[in-house]
Design a protein around this ligand. Structure first.
Ligand code: ZN
Length: 139
């Protein structure tokens, strides 16, 4: 089972992260017990996601900023192109502001699970982490 867990490619892991699943095992909900509340281990494979807390939090925050900024640029670009040359400034600002709130707050858990996929690819689990996860996995 362990060999299969760590064989997923980056694309599979990113897709799992986009759907708030564990990047390692694909378990539903990953380590989330609520929208924002997290447990310290994946509910399915027992993987402890807090491997390097400070660095991981910074990466997840950066992921949230990139997701929010990317969606802002996309919505603003579509709004400007669709309404050019009479661009409705204030309605567009209201829409872009709403998107910032929705993606920024709503995408909070997704930014963690997507970053987890990247973090796992950059720093694969070592033997002790794999053994620790197997010890805490749901059987
Ligand atoms: Zn898992």
């Amino acid at each position: 089972m362990t060999a299969q867990l760590d064989k997923a490619n980056l694309f599979t892991m990113l897709v799992r992260g986009l759907f708030r699943r564990c990047a390692r095992c694909g378990g539903k909900g990953a380590f989330y017990t609520g929208w924002i509340k997290k447990s310290d281990r994946c509910k399915t494979c027992g993987f402890k996601w807090e491997r390097n807390l400070e660095g991981f939090q910074l990466g997840a925050a950066a992921m949230n900023i990139m997701m929010t900024g990317g969606s802002l640029l996309f919505v603003m670009g579509v709004g400007v192109v669709a309404t050019y040359p009479e661009v409705p400034t204030w309605p567009l600002i209201a829409i872009v502001g709403s998107v910032a709130l929705i993606v920024g707050i709503g995408g909070f858990p997704t930014s963690y699970t997507v970053w987890l996929a990247i973090d796992l690819r950059l720093r694969p689990l070592d033997e002790s982490e794999v053994a620790d996860a197997a010890e805490h996995a749901r059987s």
